[in-house]
Design a protein around this ligand. Sequence first.
Ligand SMILES: NC(=O)c1ccc[n+]([C@@H]2O[C@H](COP(=O)([O-])OP(=O)(O)OC[C@H]3O[C@@H](n4cnc5c(N)ncnc54)[C@H](OP(=O)(O)O)[C@@H]3O)[C@@H](O)[C@H]2O)c1
Length: 252
Amino acid sequence: MKLSGNTIFITGGGSGIGRELAEALHKRGNRVIIGGRRRSHLDEVAAANPGMAAIELDITQPASIERVAAQLIAEYPDLNVLINNAGIMEPDDAAGHIDDALLVSTMTTNVLGPIRMTSALIDHLKTRDNAVVAYTSSVLAFVPLAVTAVYSSTKAALHSYVLSQRFMLRDTSVRVLEIAPPWVRTDLMNSREAEQAMPLDAFIAETMAVLGTDVDEVLVESAQPFRANPGPGEHAFVNAFNAQAAELFGRR
Ligand SMILES: NC(=O)c1ccc[n+]([C@@H]2O[C@H](COP(=O)([O-])OP(=O)(O)OC[C@H]3O[C@@H](n4cnc5c(N)ncnc54)[C@H](OP(=O)(O)O)[C@@H]3O)[C@@H](O)[C@H]2O)c1
């Protein structure tokens, strides 16, 4: 996608990947609006980046999505890019009882949220040139991490939805992109200090370089083996990955 001159709404822009992406795009000459629940985080990011705007959004609430979409269209009629980045990740136990609150909140935030957010803005985006809908999925969309089975399944669902939506929008001005990060140092799963995870600044630098090309799937180099995995060798790859992860997280 072109990396300047856009008006961009990014969900989950108050922290982690969303914040760094918002700041990188802001610096490249885009009008950036961030969304999320925690007002303090939104205010801090907006204050650190003069010109950036912030809107409170709870992606689990259809009414909040509708309100934000209406506000965006009214206040930023040039809006041409939506980045569905907000997401949550909690450990679960697919071998045992699954906490229903975890199940519902993860599915609602990671799957229903981005689908609803896009649905609320798509008619507007179709009227814009160079429109983009991007989704932050994960390499776990392609290779599940067994100790976060529900989360992994939400990202696989999102990947599937992206493929359908890209096909359905093929004759419009709207491109559909998928950003599938590897493990990155953020607050997600308390990974800020995780040595095995990719440093956030390196991830954003590499992601911006790929985002500036014309690819549909934005993958940093270390994410590519996960993307290349599906196929007849899938089970061996998934089992080996999870055996390694079990050692790391100390779980069977
Ligand atoms: N870090 C990784 O290793 C990694 C790897 C692959 C994919 N990802 C994906 O990258 C995305 C960003 O995660 P991150 O690593 O940057 O973690 P993060 O810092 O925890 O960011 C998640 C963001 O989502 C927002 N959010 C969560 N629930 C929301 C809700 N109901 N409504 C609106 N916003 C909500 C949060 O803001 P509020 O809490 O203020 O609402 C927060 O800013 C997620 O989709 C995640 O699945 C991360």
